[in-house]
Design a protein around this ligand. Structure first.
Ligand code: DGL
Length: 263
């Protein structure tokens, strides 16, 4: 699994609870994070570098935990490396289509993901009657990294980002970025207040974990159950002083020292 940084550990967390016996190698490109503000050519180039590194480690499949990468790069990685690649956009779009009654779903994501149009495309392949309305919510990424998850600053940012979605009449809000599950309670509360008490929140991390389970089952690739469970190996391209605090916040459990890799 790889991500632009440590936010993808929210996807590891979801995957771990669905697939406790799998060994997971997680590569966080902490030297080059964020990807969400960069153009598609750069993101594709970075994604190929991360994927080559994981293939060299002998992985059986790659899960792209990053929404921004999943929006633009999966086909490029598949074509270049001939490895099964799963992203987070299709599962999130599928879950959103299943959850909506009004036929209008809101997507919160990075500027890069919104600009790519990947969510509206993925939603359109699921249903011609559902429309996806995107809203870039870039400030939530640094706030999550800072651990600033409650209080006036994140609440005002969430309110600002939800307003256009409320105006558009959505009844589902997709957390279309690795960092946003950390704001799930806040986003849900504000969405219930601003949109409707019945608004549904879709966490693409969980939807992706379900997809990976189905993929491994279909291919007979699932690891055998082990009393100790699978391992998590975390690799990073830069070891910042904040690693342990940030990583354990996203993963929800203590984490061993990361391995430093050079792509
Ligand atoms: N991992 C990115 C995503 O899910 C968020 C952080 C970044 O901008 O790199 O889109």
């Amino acid at each position: 699994m790889f991500d632009s940084g440590l936010g993808g550990l929210t996807v590891v967390r979801a995957l771990r609870s669905a697939l406790p016996d799998e060994d997971i190698v997680y590569l966080g490109d902490t030297a080059r994070v964020p990807y969400g503000t960069k153009g598609p050519e750069t993101v594709i180039r970075y994604a190929l570098g991360c994927s080559r590194h994981l293939v060299a480690r002998g992985v059986k499949a790659i899960v792209i935990a990053c929404n921004t990468v999943s929006a633009v790069a999966p086909d490029h990685v598949r074509a270049a490396l001939d490895v099964p690649v799963l992203g987070v956009i299709d599962p999130g779009a599928r879950a959103a289509v299943a959850a909506t009654s009004s036929g209008r779903v809101g997507i919160l994501a990075t500027a890069g993901t919104i600009a790519s149009g990947a969510y509206p495309r993925a939603v359109a392949t699921q249903s011609t009657r559902v429309e996806a309305i995107g809203q870039a919510a870039p400030l939530l990424v640094p706030l999550a990294e800072e651990g600033w998850l409650e209080g006036d600053v994140p609440r005002l940012a969430v309110e600002r980002y939800l307003a256009p979605l409320a105006d558009a009449g959505v009844d589902v809000v997709v957390l279309g970025c690795t960092h946003y599950p950390l704001f799930r309670d806040l986003i849900e509360r504000e969405a219930q207040r601003m949109i409707s008490p019945n608004v549904r929140i879709v966490d693409s991390a969980r939807a992706t974990a379900d997809d990976v389970v189905a993929f491994l089952n279909d291919r007979g690739l699932r690891a055998d159950p082990r009393p100790t469970g699978g391992s998590i190996r975390v690799c990073v391209t830069d070891r910042s002083g904040q690693f342990h605090a940030i990583a354990s916040r996203f993963l929800g459990e203590a984490i061993e020292a990361p391995e430093l890799v050079d792509l």
